[in-house]
Write a new protein. Structure first.
Length: 276
């Protein structure tokens, strides 16, 4: 367990968390994502190395990711708002259904075993990676966003996000583009919805972990305190930098590179699924 670590080992793992936080925070602001798509895999391997119960490793990584996303999302939303890139009407009429999906999904995830969560995470990451690689920012498809569509899509996005520990923006951004949002406003609005996802996702995993009495060291429910404290200051600073740069440089090349990076993550998780 973490408390049996020597000083050198503890410093080493804190450094790993710090480096991970740099990338997670930057991509959170730059792509409008919560950073969980990077944070979850890294926390999964870190927790596995320090001796966390394998039955709860993925749950702890997802729950902690949601907690980390909260302050990052606040900073990202504030920056996008200053650039007038947040549409609050879509948050009011679509965000509520996302929240319902998150609440349901977080308790559903608590009943799943780690291996099932690993498989789900890897398959969804494959789909998201292909989306980043092949979907062009210049694609202009305008669809009507009816109440029924908002209800169904919102619930699905919230549910999927809750099982993965992500802010959902990597799904919301292309969807908002399809209904006529500019890329910058889609990113800003998706970041705002991601804030709601992170709040209710964190509460769901925290409470579900307490209810089933996980008793994981240095954690409350499925939220690890040391990881939360290390990530917060770094991700906040990097999210602000990423959210500022997105309004100044082209994203297409970086989006594709990020997509290939996600393919590597998904492949590694799929390998772990068959060897878990």
């Amino acid at each position: 367990m973490i408390e049996t670590f020597g000083a050198n080992q503890l410093i080493f793992f804190l450094l790993i968390m710090g480096v991970t936080a740099l990338f997670a925070g930057f991509f959170a602001g730059f792509f409008g994502i919560g950073g969980g798509i990077i944070t979850v895999p890294c926390l999964f391997y870190i927790f596995g190395t320090v001796g966390i119960d394998p039955s709860f490793i993925m749950h702890l990584a997802v729950g902690t990711s949601f907690a980390i996303i909260i302050p990052t999302a606040i900073m990202s939303v504030f920056t996008h708002y200053k650039h007038k890139a947040v549409d609050f009407s879509i948050i009011r009429t679509y965000g509520i259904f996302v929240v319902l999906g998150v609440i349901f999904g977080s308790f559903f995830a608590a009943a799943m075993n780690t291996k099932s969560l690993i498989l789900f995470f890897s398959l969804v990451i494959y789909l998201l990676a292909l989306n980043l690689i092949f979907l062009k920012d210049k694609t202009k498809i305008k669809l009507k966003f009816t109440l029924l569509q908002r209800t169904i899509l919102g619930f699905i996005v919230g549910f999927v996000s809750s099982l993965m520990g992500i802010g959902g923006a990597i799904m919301n951004v292309p969807m908002l583009k399809f209904v006529g949002f500019s890329i910058n406003k889609a990113i800003g609005s998706a970041a705002s919805i991601g804030f709601l996802i992170s709040i209710f996702g964190c509460l769901g995993f925290l409470l579900s972990g307490i209810i089933i009495k996980t008793n994981i060291p240095l954690s409350i429910g499925f939220v690890n305190i040391p990881a939360f404290l290390v990530f917060i200051p770094i991700t906040i600073l990097m999210a602000k930098l990423g959210a500022t740069l997105v309004h100044k440089i082209k994203r297409e090349l970086i989006s594709k590179l990020f997509g290939f990076f996600l393919l590597i993550i998904a492949s590694r998780f799929l390998y772990d699924y068959f060897n878990f």
